[in-house]
Design a protein around this ligand. Sequence first.
Ligand SMILES: Cc1cc2nc3c(=O)[nH]c(=O)nc-3n(C[C@H](O)[C@H](O)[C@H](O)COP(=O)(O)OP(=O)(O)OC[C@H]3O[C@@H](n4cnc5c(N)ncnc54)[C@H](O)[C@@H]3O)c2cc1C
Length: 460
Amino acid sequence: MLSDIGEFKKSLRGELILRDDPRYEEARKLYNGMIDKRPLLIARCVDVADVITAVNFGRDQGLLIAIRGGGHNGPGLGSCNDGLVIDLSMMKSVRVDPASQTVRVDAGCTSGDVDHATHPFGLAVPFGIVSTTGVAGLTLGGGTGYLTRKYGLTIDNLLEADVVLADGSFVNASKSQHPDLFWALRGGGGNFGVVTSFLFQAHPVDTVYAGPIFWEATHAKAVMRAYRDFLPTAPEELGAFVGLKTVPSMDPFPKDYWGRRACAVISSYNGSAVEGEKVMAGLLSSVPSPIFNWMGAMPFPSMQALFDPFFPKGLQWYWKGDFVKSLPDEAIDTHIAQAAKAPSELSVMHLYPIDGAVRRVPKEATAWNAREATWSMVIAGIDSDPKGADMLKTWGRAYWKAIHPFNLEGAYVNFMMDDEVEGRIQATYGENYKRLVSVKAEYDPKNLFRVNQNILPSAS
Ligand SMILES: Cc1cc2nc3c(=O)[nH]c(=O)nc-3n(C[C@H](O)[C@H](O)[C@H](O)COP(=O)(O)OP(=O)(O)OC[C@H]3O[C@@H](n4cnc5c(N)ncnc54)[C@H](O)[C@@H]3O)c2cc1C
């Protein structure tokens, strides 16, 4: 039986939502409709003081604690059953400093919130490709997107983080203060404390030449091979990922192709349309004609939000990932064969580039360990119908089993569910794992923060 809930509630400036609250059902919902968790308490914090109060209350009451940023995590690690959710979604402030081109971001922001704030200054931070994704979880796992080839992972642009630790104390982590913690936060996920705000380096990004190009599935082999060979030759201003997908059965997609399997390259060139077209010609001249090429000049935030309408909150998602070093012809054939069995129109396989600037940061400089890889692969079984959940899982697992022998051992922690084989987390962090364990032992020795891709505070 919990004591002092009344006191806890009173001491928060934000809201405390209990199971009998009419807001509870909405408040507990996560982005992934496949996950159905029922926390005991949801503390919607509005400031650092609220977060400190919540951490202290949860710890002293022996509650399982989950930390929720944007709530987008695949296995729903932003929530928990029967515990306390520290929900940061009301902490939304963003402050741009145009002089230093830096931006301070509260932990409840989505990447769309930050793009909205930085765009008027002609700036952007490298985040992911769907604007509703939480900055916090994305950043702490690493963060890949269209600007990654030129400016690195999201963590490569992190300058500072404010953190509430397991003992309720507050620190600012940077290269000069708590450098071990700062190292671990850059890739080690939510293992070390509750980050309340991030300071990022932003970069000049304004109008981009961007959009999707789709080919018929019969051309997938040619397109994937050409993309593989083109990418290392392309300027880093081009972020471009390849995917195996289905043409959505809706306008404005050409009706003749609705529901048909396809191969797509989705790109964003940070520069003029004239330059961008020239760059893309390097790919387009060596492949058959596409079904459509919808690349054009657009504000960067529009590109970041281009896919939002296809992926509203509440769909069923089953994720599998891997880091990929190279893409031999046999792997391409395996991808095409497995993707052809996709159980739903929305299900996709994407290969996101992690070359360029990512490789210029030494492997030991941050906890993120896959800097020698070329792509981060995701297989995502997605559908609106909860009845299809098992089919999504069966497809994702079979696809992964077939393709994994071509890939590296580890995967991006943000593309994993919570059913990975034993040793995947260790394989993902490689030689950085040992140091992560020692930082965990120092900052969270009792593993208070364990609703995450967990790093145990002792190696055993
Ligand atoms: C549609 C979609 C598109 C995506 N695209 C990309 C992409 O392009 N690039 C990419 O890199 N990733 C992408 N992702 C993956 C994304 O990075 C993860 O889902 C990530 O976990 C989302 O962060 P969140 O804050 O929304 O998650 P939440 O569910 O809120 O939290 C996820 C994890 O982060 C931890 N956490 C959250 N906030 C904090 C905090 N303030 N302090 C400490 N720990 C915290 C939690 O403990 C939890 O373990 C995408 C996901 C979706 C659903």
